[in-house]
Design a protein around this ligand. Structure first.
Ligand code: T46
Length: 133
């Protein structure tokens, strides 16, 4: 599986660090939505779905967490633990987020507005959708 990760430029000076994210520049799509999760309960697994069209970049801007990506053939786990590291998650990719540190803040940049109809929340339905059933 071809996993795409990004390392964003850090504009650091004697005041501290700053990272700038711009749609269609260092983010590969127009950003239509930003959301983030924090205070995640220990041991919880989030996600467990795929999207029909949505593309996203996941950035753990504080703390750490792990992301399982599954294209229906292969699975890979990526650990996010740096505010300058982004993980591209394409459409039609099953994802699960787990192993959140207590202080984790996972920020997501999304290519589309929220649309429940874009979700595939059942794994067998996902396999069927991609013709792997
Ligand atoms: C994804 C992974 C990485 C909204 O009202 N607007 C939103 O933009 C989002 C993302 C969620 N919600 C509501 C819908 C649910 O009532 O927030 C609640 C929790 O959402 P969900 O259970 O879908 O959260 P996760 O963490 O399982 O999944 C989220 C995204 O939904 C999903 O697109 O790829 O993060």
């Amino acid at each position: 599986m071809d996993i795409k990760t990004y390392r964003f430029e850090i504009h650091g000076d004697d005041r501290g660090q700053l990272i700038a994210l711009e749609g269609c520049r260092n983010i590969p799509f127009e950003i239509k939505r930003v959301y983030y999760m924090y205070d995640t309960v220990a041991g919880v697994v989030r996600g467990k779905h795929a999207h029909k069209s949505l593309e996203q970049i996941l950035i753990c801007i504080h703390g750490s967490c792990s992301i399982l990506l599954d294209d229906g053939t292969e699975k890979q786990v990526i650990t996010l633990n740096r505010p300058d590291q982004g993980l591209y998650v394409s459409n039609v990719m099953w994802r699960e987020m787990f192993d959140f540190s207590e202080d984790a803040v996972l920020m997501v940049l999304a290519s589309e507005h929220y649309d429940e109809k874009d979700y595939i929340r059942d794994y067998d339905a996902f396999l069927k959708y991609i013709g792997k059933e």
